[in-house]
Design a protein around this ligand. Structure first.
Ligand code: F6R
Length: 606
């Protein structure tokens, strides 16, 4: 959701800004731009398209500067045009500003500025910021005062960075509900939407909170409170992620790399500190009503968890899509709000969390990004330790969250004495075997899945079916197909089929069925009914199953047979197949894998 990168230092920072916004490109990639200061004059370059193309086309690296801000955009207000691309400059050319978020009162502000003679060149909400800075600077002749005046006037959400030719060695920045952090290096300071903006240069970060602003210069930085204007002492957060993990490392796409990292990220999830998990289990046990939240993929993670808590711990915790939470949930001091979020910054989940907190609910989360807003706001957080997920499409983070939630459900079951220690240990052993099984599947089955996906890449409509805990797996796999391959795919509970959708079965609609292991007798048999219903109408079925005796062309049109595994881990293994099938379909269709059209990672706007 738009990436901001800024730097001030000794060196020529043009190249650092290039790396910064290239590393942030997964947040938005419609268009990008940069503002530099050379001999006290602002230089602005911006264009539609990706970062590398932009830098090459405009030969940006030839422009030397010791200060600059850059932006990569995901359009919210105004089409993808050069005019709507950040940075925006004031009419007099003395201020350049980049912004992530939405200025909700920009229309009246714009109307007023227009009355005062300011001309607008874009359709964006952001441009008002540049003009307001010029207007207020004229009154006070002080950049900081102008910045504060502007901040006090605007409403909505923002992460803002600005430079001015009046103070050519300082970057000003502030945030409200959109992420922003500082990178503290020797003789160089950074500002960025997240760590990736500067992780190659410093691992010391200062995470800004809402209601704070910062002023950076080469040797120093100061963070102040917006209301009191007093200096705030902020802790330095050490970034634990290795910058190497953010690189593609020989894989053609981040998506594939991240799918292949899953054996490791699952192991990381299983090695998390027990005491942190136990504290969350206590919260589940003590609360009268618990809700599981997420949105998009993390909603499916929450939905998966709903089945696992029910099956293992005999607890029904509703799963709610974060954007529907306020309309649906009844929360009070006895409630527990539990959410999953990769980025920890998603607007819908963050808003739901704030609502829950306001009502006095207990709160907890599983989050991948340390220092993110959700991680800091909840009472208890599990940092899942999956490392940076760069591809816009979530894979490793989601699967690892499912593992964490399975462990939480097992722990709750043990605490409630619904399962014995022996069963708990058996389940844990099954989870511990998962990384190796997934590694085996990645090594031995990827080629087959690739061929299958290529063969059926012309299919325009897929139905993904699963029963019970396989239903969220079907939903999530269908979402992968939609977002990376742009192919229509619908996830559905198997039992739903005969209540309407069966009418769709013909040559244009193919089905993928996630079949449980036969030991899961009730679910298995119910799922096989769905297969029979489709086959009886001559529909195409790709069966993803665990049984050799299923090798029967009467049953499936195509099949993918997986190694025998316990029912606990079977759905997690099938999710990996769903990820790979979507990935290889998308490569066959030559899609933009890591940055699919119209999407962005970390959706920080409403
Ligand atoms: C899909 C995907 C999105 C996110 C959703 C929530 O592949 O990545 O659906 O899952 O935007 O994001 P986080 O997990 O960052 O809160």
């Amino acid at each position: 959701m738009c990436g901001i990168s800024g730097a001030v230092g000794l060196k020529n920072i043009s190249e650092l800004l290039f790396e910064g916004i290239r590393n942030l490109e997964y947040r938005g990639y419609d268009s990008c731009g940069v503002a530099l200061i050379n001999k006290s004059r602002l230089l602005i370059k911006k264009d539609i398209g990706g970062v590398e193309e932009f830098y090459r086309k405009h030969n940006v690296l030839q422009h030397k500067s010791k200060i600059g801000i850059a932006h990569t955009r995901w359009a919210t207000h105004g089409k993808v045009t050069q005019e709507n691309t950040h940075p925006f400059t004031s009419r007099d050319g003395n201020f350049a500003v980049v912004h992530n978020g939405i200025i909700s009162n920009y229309r009246p502000l714009k109307a007023q500025l227009q009355k005062e003679g300011f001309k607008f060149s874009s359709e964006t909400d952001t441009e008002v910021l540049a003009h307001l800075l010029e207007k207020f600077y004229k009154r006070s002749r002080n950049v900081e005062k102008a910045f504060l005046k502007m901040l006090n006037l605007i409403e909505g959400t923002y992460a803002i960075a600005l430079i001015s030719s009046y103070l050519p060695e300082q970057i000003f920045c502030a945030k409200k509900e959109s992420p922003l952090m500082l990178g503290i290096g020797d003789e160089i300071k950074f500002v960025g939407s997240d760590f990736n903006a500067f992780i190659d240069h410093t691992k010391n970060a200062v995470i800004l909170d809402d209601g704070e602003y910062a002023i950076l210069s080469r040797d120093t930085y100061v963070v102040k409170d917006l209301l009191s204007k007093e200096e705030v002492t902020k802790p330095i957060t050490k970034i634990e992620w290795d910058s190497e993990t953010s690189k593609k490392g020989g894989y053609p796409h981040y998506m594939l790399k991240e799918i292949y990292e899953q054996p490791q990220t699952i192991s990381n999830a299983l090695d998390l500190e027990e005491s942190g998990l136990d504290e969350i289990v206590d919260l589940f046990a003590e609360s009268e009503n618990s809700y599981l939240l997420g949105v998009g993929t993390t909603f499916y993670v929450a939905k998966y968890a709903k089945y696992v808590f029910s099956k293992l711990a005999q607890e029904f915790f509703p799963s709610i899509s974060s954007d529907e939470f306020m309309a649906l949930a009844i929360v009070n001091k006895e409630s527990l709000f539990f959410c999953a979020s990769q980025s920890g910054e998603t607007f819908d989940t963050l808003s739901a969390l704030k609502h829950a907190k306001l009502k006095g609910a207990r709160t907890a989360a599983v989050v991948n990004v340390m220092g993110s807003s959700i991680a800091r706001l909840v009472d208890k957080v599990v940092l899942q330790g999956s490392g940076p997920e760069i591809c816009v499409i979530s894979t490793k983070a989601a699967l690892s969250q499912m593992v964490v939630l399975t462990v939480l459900a097992m722990k709750l079951a043990l605490k409630k004495k619904v399962i014995t220690r022996k069963i708990y240990n058996q389940h844990l052993q099954s989870l511990r075997e998962l990384p190796e099984i997934i590694q085996g599947i990645l090594n031995e089955r990827s080629g087959f899945i690739h061929r299958l996906a290529h063969k059926y890449s012309g299919t325009r409509n897929w139905l993904y079916l699963g029963r019970g805990v396989y239903y969220p797996i079907a939903l999530e796999s269908a979402l992968k197909m939609k977002e990376v391959a742009y192919v229509h795919a619908e996830g559905m509970p198997g039992g739903f089929l005969k209540h309407g959708t069966l009418a769709m079965i013909d040559d244009d609609v193919s089905s993928i069925v996630f079949v449980p292991p036969p030991e899961d007798k009730v679910l298995y048999e119910a799922t096989m009914h769905s297969v029979e219903e489709i086959r009886a109408r001559s529909g195409f079925v790709l069966g993803i199953h665990f049984t050799e005796q299923g090798k029967n062309s009467d049953l499936y049109s195509e099949e993918l047979i997986l190694p025998k595994v316990p029912p606990l881990t079977a759905p997690l293994i099938q999710l990996v197949i769903g990820q790979l099938f979507a990935y290889f379909t998308a490569t066959s269709l030559k899609r933009n894998i890591d940055k699919p059209r119209s999407l962005a990672k970390s959706v920080t706007v409403a």
